[in-house]
Design a protein around this ligand. Structure first.
Ligand SMILES: O=C(O)CCC(=O)C(=O)O
Length: 387
């Protein structure tokens, strides 16, 4: 279990709108009114799931969908990590039944009366439990979402929410955590394999053989109620994940958007039944010495449809120092980031937010080195050749 602390949300704790029951609001309150969002594609009631996702090679228009049974999965994942920082996977061995069950568990949780949800409220300086988006403290306006974070066992919070009937929630979440741990380790090794990294190069990370490895994780359930003015609201503001990788399950309403080097504006990641979205996180960015940039993403909201997402945030054991992998470093490619544990990085992120990667950066790249971590907006996602 990572002993991690994220930012407190002190500047909005006194805000009476913080725990507004968003599903009952008919007019956007000023506390939640952002400047109108460009590329907001989700204001019309358009559910966009396609029944059978088709695997794709990386193309310029859409986030790649990669079949894990494809014999070229490693190369496809490497290409997607380099060029997108995000991709979807199919044939991942997580049953549709389990995906449906966890979605149902999330819906059951968020549809509880506010007073009941607040019994499991995230403590002021804590990480697990019910509350507003943890990144809220960096923004003057509140987001149109509510979240529930689970670290390790869900039992304590499930007992607070359903004193008599906690088993069902716990069973589903524990089953999901177990399967996601295996999948996250497998995907991490596909990413590392695409960089030429083997087990001997990284001894904390397990073998990718399906055992789950030594990583730590948090599970984040996000709920985005239908919103009367979606163009002026923000479900979850733009951020990168402080993880090695994130596995994201989204319900059948679109809302996730990403940016990509060279593309203008935000690109929607359409939900496909059974597919899971993988985000490259900041720690993979560091491990890969900037070759696999963490993806800047956000969630927008919808006028008529509720949306739910489940993020499995996967990182290393909390005491392991993460640094650019030795195999990827030489005279021409000096290490760009100093060694840092996940806990330390989370502390840095809580302080510097979108400047966190920059704050652990060691040196400017030398001639000819391609560093994907150089972006005027979030210090990511633009490939800069420094000459
Ligand atoms: O709901 C989504 O699509 C995005 C969720 C997300 O970015 C997060 O939980 O960090």
């Amino acid at each position: 279990m990572p002993s991690i602390k994220l930012s407190s949300d002190s500047n909005i704790t006194s805000n009476p709108h913080k725990f507004l029951d968003l599903s009952s609001v008919t007019e956007l309150p000023d506390t939640h009114a952002w400047t109108p969002q460009p590329d907001h594609e989700c204001s019309s009631p358009t559910p966009t799931p396609t029944p059978t996702p088709t695997p794709s090679k990386c193309n310029d228009e859409s986030v790649p969908i990669i079949d894990l049974n494809n014999e070229n999965a490693t190369e496809l994942i490497g290409h997607a990590c380099r060029t997108w920082g995000v991709f979807q996977i199919i044939n991942h061995n997580i049953s549709q039944k389990l995906l449906d069950e966890v979605e149902l568990a999330g819906k059951r949780l968020f549809s509880l009366p506010m007073q009941q949800k607040l019994r499991a409220a995230r403590p002021h300086d804590g990480i697990s439990g019910y509350g507003v988006a943890r990144i809220s403290s960096f923004f003057p306006k509140l987001m149109w979402s509510e979240g529930f974070t689970i670290l390790g066992s869900p039992l304590e919070h499930a007992l607070q929410l359903w004193p008599q009937d906690y088993h069902k929630f716990c069973d589903t979440i524990e089953k999901y955590q177990k399967e996601m741990q295996k999948l996250a380790n497998r995907v991490m090794w596909l990413m590392l394999g695409s960089l030429g990294i083997t087990e001997e190069d990284l001894n904390w990370a397990g073998g990718g053989g399906g055992g789950g490895g030594g990583g730590c994780a948090a599970l984040q359930l996000n709920s985005y109620p239908a919103c009367p003015e979606p163009e002026r609201a923000m479900g979850l503001a733009a951020h990168t994940d402080s993880t090695i990788l994130t596995i994201l399950q989204q319900s059948n309403t679109s809302g996730l958007q990403v940016t990509r080097e060279g593309a203008v504006g935000w690109i929607t990641v359409p939900p496909h039944r059974g597919a899971l979205v993988i985000h490259v996180g900041d720690l993979m960015h560091i491990l890969s010495n900037g070759l696999y940039p963490s993806v800047l993403h956000r969630a927008v909201v919808n006028r008529t449809r509720h949306r739910l997402s489940v993020a499995y945030l996967y990182g290393p054991p909390s005491s392991v120092k993460i640094s650019p992998l030795t195999k990827l470093v030489d005279n021409l490619h000096p290490p760009l980031y100093r060694p840092i544990t996940w806990s330390e990085y989370l502390g840095t992120k809580a302080k510097h937010f979108d400047k966190a990667l920059k704050s652990v950066r060691l040196c400017a790249p030398r001639n000819g080195f391609v560093d994907n971590n150089n972006n005027n907006n979030n210090d990511h996602n633009s490939t800069v050749k420094v000459g």
